[in-house]
Design a protein. Structure first.
Length: 253
């Protein structure tokens, strides 16, 4: 997150409305027409549109990092520690073995780098299912190593034993909402900007955001494919170190 510039913090209510517009509000109504109750807000307020506040003059060149609730000293992990990482950011060893280290941070950082650069997650969490995240992971990175592959009980819904997706006909069965399709990090990078939707009522999100429909240059696609591929190795000991990450040519672009 970026801090607001000091002068913005001194704005009066009138100045806030002048620069950002009046809030768009709507009363909360229940399906049966009954009062919403004490634990429900009476009014919903729409968020400020990106293009109104993503102006460099409103933000301070200082990044605020927060939420270290899952942090601990690597040399002395808590005995009862359970990873609380979002499913689509969780490393395989965290998911299958319940322990993480510096290598898990490399996996998570790779997912974050992709999402920051792409504007969408590497593994889409919209269904909120651990099984669906695993399906997408295998689609993108290939078969899980043993014994994790055998632990993935639902693998036969989508994949052959070599990790390749089954034919669509073989995947069509009750309970399967989405079928698996072979893809790769490079393919996903090449898809950036292809299906961008314009923001409602405006043609851009302001000077701090890339224009919609922007594609990655070919050189960046190749470099980022190489970097993320080295960071997203299934076996934690095979991932590159953070020192190797920050020395990678992608950061020199």
């Amino acid at each position: 997150m970026f801090d607001l510039s000091p002068h913005v913090l001194e704005w009066s209510d009138t100045e806030v409305y002048l620069h950002l517009g009046h809030p768009e509000m709507e009363e909360v109504r229940t399906h049966d027409g009954q009062p919403p109750g004490l634990h429900v807000p009476a009014i919903l307020v729409a968020p400020i549109r990106n293009f109104k506040y993503l102006d460099a003059s409103l933000l301070h060149e200082k990044i605020t990092v927060c939420d270290f609730g899952q942090s601990y000293l690597a040399a002395s992990p808590p005995p009862s520690y359970e990873p609380g990482t979002l499913l689509n950011y969780q490393s395989p060893e965290g998911r299958f073995e319940g322990h993480v280290g510096f290598e898990a941070d490399i996996w998570l950082l790779a997912c974050a780098i992709f999402e920051i650069r792409a504007g969408f997650p590497l593994f889409e969490p919209i269904l909120g299912s651990d099984v669906d995240i695993l399906r997408q992971t295998i689609e993108t990175l290939g078969r899980l190593p043993d014994p994790w592959w055998g632990t993935f009980e639902h693998r036969s819904l989508w994949f052959e034993e070599d990790g390749q997706p089954k034919t669509e006909q073989d995947q069509e069965r009750p309970g399967v909402l989405l079928t698996a399709h072979a893809t790769s990090i490079r393919t996903k990078l090449l898809s950036i900007g292809v299906q961008d939707a314009l923001p409602f009522g405006h043609d851009d999100d302001g000077p701090m955001m890339e224009k919609h429909g922007m594609r990655l240059p070919g050189v960046e696609v190749e470099l980022l494919t190489d970097l993320l591929g080295k960071m997203l190795r299934y076996r934690p000991e095979e991932r590159i170190s953070i020192q190797d990450v920050i020395r990678h040519p992608w950061f020199m672009l």
